[in-house]
Write a protein that binds this ligand. Sequence first.
Ligand SMILES: Cc1cc2nc3c(=O)[nH]c(=O)nc-3n(C[C@H](O)[C@H](O)[C@H](O)COP(=O)(O)OP(=O)(O)OC[C@H]3O[C@@H](n4cnc5c(N)ncnc54)[C@H](O)[C@@H]3O)c2cc1C
Length: 379
Amino acid sequence: MTWTHWDVIVVGVGGMGSATCLELARRGARVLGLEQFRLAHSRGSSHGQTRVIRTAYFEHPAYVPMVRRAFELWYDLEQQTGTKLLTECPCLNIGRPDSTLIAGVRRAAAEHQLAVEQLSADDIHRRFPVLHFDESYCGLLEQHAGFLDVENCVRNMVQAARRLGAVILSGVPVQSWQPHHDGVLVQTSIADFTADRLILTAGPWTRALLQDLKIPLTLMRQTLIWFDTKNDRRFRRDRFPIYLAELPEGTFYGLPVINSFGHKVAQHYGAPEKDRPEEIDRRITPADIEAVRTFLSEHVPDANGPFRFGQVCIYTLTPDRHFILDVHPEYPQVALAAGFSGHGFKFAPVVAEIMSDLIWSGRRAWPLEMFRLDRFDLP
Ligand SMILES: Cc1cc2nc3c(=O)[nH]c(=O)nc-3n(C[C@H](O)[C@H](O)[C@H](O)COP(=O)(O)OP(=O)(O)OC[C@H]3O[C@@H](n4cnc5c(N)ncnc54)[C@H](O)[C@@H]3O)c2cc1C
């Protein structure tokens, strides 16, 4: 058995873990990141080519300052790594005027004086001729949005963290952890490690590492599907926006065509909630393809071509769909970032700052009440 002592161990090196390793290394901590699979794998939540970043945040206006900070930090990372990771692209929100999406975007825009352009259904079709919505729908278009190259973000954060001295091991599952003097003892498949602090960024596997707490996290299978279009040029990002569309039958979103895979489209939420990653079916089924085809046939028919590619991904949900960013109620040397509820990736570098503040530097730059664990009725 090998014993090695670290300032901070980060369990789970997906989106949040890679960003957290980088931020801690930047702050001078001796960091060990432990990932059970290979880096930038496709079994968790941080894969599938792209992640949307948008500012007029319908989920809650409190996220708007965090998105602004996220833009800065992604641009910083691009400078440091010399890699293009964020592509600016307008985001069109489509829904009935009283829908959660439209009302939420309006609220965020009003509270934070954000520029959003109001479009009628006719305007939507005139501006983006491949989109078809009847007059009961309206659109809110914002320019300050884009998409992140998700797997490359993870890889570049890992590489940047390693350059600053972080040790990040892949293929090393953490079996358990326990308090140890004032720090922690972490048991893995290859060795035991100790550290002064522990950060859990384990995504869909979080509950397995915190069984005593009984945090109300559930998992939802999500599918990402790519279809051929009739003419990729009409889906180029200078002509076609990112869109989110809330319909009575569910919320769908899609992205411009950025490579030879075609149009990426998905349904947001709308699947049963599960408890364990092992319950998630990893295969793309004909029913998955049909579900988005029905949406495309009515609203984006030019993108309803042959199926190109599909991937399964997992949302880790909290009951209120807001994140958990907090320290462990019993062990102040342990912190947790989880429950990103399908909208967390854009915030990864901000989450990393928050976790580093919580567990390492003792700074408090953000109001964290809405992300605390004690908002849930824990047993
Ligand atoms: C289909 C889909 C679309 C999305 N779209 C968007 C979007 O457009 N914009 C946006 O901002 N967000 C989006 N999200 C949400 C976002 O991707 C997630 O919130 C984010 O990726 C979560 O990152 P994470 O680090 O918590 O989880 P993950 O990236 O899954 O990382 C957790 C890591 O922990 C590792 N791990 C777990 N247990 C152990 C253990 N015991 N030992 C070692 N390693 C362990 C796992 O292997 C994994 O690599 C989307 C999510 C999905 C699934």
